[in-house]
Design a binder for this molecule. Structure first.
Ligand code: ZN
Length: 133
């Protein structure tokens, strides 16, 4: 299953929690795991607070400070900062499913992290039923 996204700026964290929950319902999996995987080299997946949007802002600002866009990189495409950020954030998350729901903490949300937008993006979501483990 896929979540198709359109990002509208250079750097943005899109909350995809509801999209993943919808796929959990469609999958019919009541007990197992969801694997959420970004199919891109300049956009990752992370779990963090989805209550206060300033947390997302802080994460983006810290990453921008650590990994400036211009830094004598070697990669000719000119988007090395986005590649480095993606490797730091990671490309996937693995989340338990119980009682047909994602097991997430009260403040946790799942985010697609765009580091070189705007672009069209694809997130792959795969489910494992507990009976298959
Ligand atoms: Zn590149």
């Amino acid at each position: 299953m896929f979540i198709n996204l359109k990002t509208n700026s250079k750097s943005v964290m899109l909350d995809i929690t509801d999209d993943v929950r919808k796929l959990v319902r469609e999958s019919g999996v009541s007990d197992g795991f969801a694997h959420i995987f970004s199919m891109h080299t300049t956009g990752g997946i992370t779990i963090n607070e989805n209550a206060d949007p300033d947390v997302r802002k802080d994460i983006r600002e810290v990453l921008n400070n650590l990994i400036p866009w211009e830094n004598n990189y070697h990669h000719l495409e000119g988007n090395s900062a986005a590649h480095v950020k993606t490797s730091l954030v990671g490309s996937s998350e693995f989340i338990p499913i119980e009682n047909s729901n994602l097991v997430l903490g009260t403040w946790q949300g799942i985010f697609f992290c765009e580091f070189d937008g705007p672009r069209t993006r694809k997130v792959h979501v795969k489910f494992i039923r507990n009976s298959e483990l």
